[in-house]
Design a protein around this ligand. Structure first.
Ligand code: C2E
Ligand code: MG
Ligand code: MG
Ligand code: MG
Length: 290
């Protein structure tokens, strides 16, 4: 906190606070250059059935920093949100995601794609028009696009939030309530927001098999979703035990390190949507397999 008793009664910040403020400012400047310089990339993490069949993927942004290497979103999304840089960055993410969606469809893959939308991005009055323009420009199928939102989006104005969701839903886009169960009034938002999917937060999934509290909560979340006719995605599934527990209780879709970490787009295509071979052409047998 600011200390009293500085020279001439001017409040002086302690050195640690100043250092933090300076490093935040530097990060913001770096981020601004990164947005202009195209330093971002999307990773894809598969969402599968219990048996590992691919249903969809979540797009997760990474910052390819010139000196720090790949930076995870935890290290910059909050700063992007507070500085407003999330707006150009969010547009880039949506455009890139829709291009990937188009590529998947062209490759004959039925894979859907989920994209995280930050509150500030969603609250823009032009949000719906932007999403529709990007879908149009990339020729991606809106029925394969899911927007992941959190309760934070609705806090200011539930009415406006619902109106935007309805507008996009009417065009085929669907919504998922991310990090479900971690907010202040998850059930109240679940009642009001027209989502078709909930993602059970990783904190409930972790060790769901060994932790009876988590097991009880996940059980209840799954039965609420079932009663409301919502699809459920479990995020952060790390072990076969977690997977088995969730499968037994009717969870539909699984995402987590047990199945796959988030991977670069090219690796994702190689693993899940390889280019179709022309007819009558047999795969070449590798020499060392003979
Ligand atoms: P989220 O949307 O809840 O994404 C899931 C996070 O859990 C990802 O972290 C993912 O890598 C991680 N995860 C998945 N499976 C496992 C697992 O089995 N174990 C563990 N320990 N972690 C797992 P990531 O990529 O670091 O993203 C963190 C958060 O940053 C996201 O949470 C989301 O809130 C935000 N974020 C990521 N990409 C974007 C984006 O493109 N736009 C916006 N606005 N936010 C994003
Ligand atoms: Mg998400
Ligand atoms: Mg989540
Ligand atoms: Mg989360």
């Amino acid at each position: 906190a600011a200390k009293d008793g500085g020279r001439n009664g001017v409040r002086e910040f302690d050195p640690q606070m100043r250092a933090e403020a300076e490093s935040r400012l530097r990060l913001e400047q770096d981020l601004r250059k990164a947005v202009e310089g195209d330093e971002f990339t999307l990773f894809l993490q598969p969402q599968t059935t219990a048996d590992g069949a691919l249903v969809a993927a979540e797009a997760l942004v990474r910052w390819n920093h010139p000196t720090r290497g790949l930076v995870a979103p935890g290290g910059f999304i909050a700063v992007a949100e507070n500085s407003g840089l999330i707006l150009p960055l969010g547009d880039w993410i949506l455009t890139e995601a829709c291009r990937i969606l188009r590529r998947l469809e062209d490759a004959g893959s039925p894979c859907h794609l989920s994209v995280n939308i930050s509150p500030r991005q969603f609250r823009q009055t032009t949000f719906c028009a932007t999403v529709l323009a990007i879908l149009n420009q990339t020729r991606a199928n809106p029925r394969r696009l899911t927007l992941e939102i959190t309760e934070g989006i609705a806090i200011d104005d539930v009415h406006d939030t619902v109106a935007k969701m309805r507008e996009l839903s009417a065009c085929g886009v669907s919504f998922s309530l991310d990090d479900f169960g971690t907010g202040y009034s998850s059930l109240s938002y679940l009642k009001q927001l027209p989502v078709s999917e909930i993602k059970i937060d990783r904190s409930f999934i972790q060790d769901v098999d060994g932790n009876s509290h988590n097991a009880a909560l996940v059980d209840i979340i799954l039965s609420i979703a079932d009663r409301l006719g919502l699809r459920t995605v479990a995020e952060g599934v790390e072990t076969a035990e977690d997977r088995d527990f969730l499968k037994e209780r009717g969870c539909a879709i699984f995402q987590g390190y047990y199945f796959s970490r988030p991977i670069p787009v090219d690796a994702f295509f190689r693993a899940y949507a390889p280019p179709a071979l022309p007819e009558n052409v047999q795969p070449r047998v590798e020499a060392d397999a003979l």
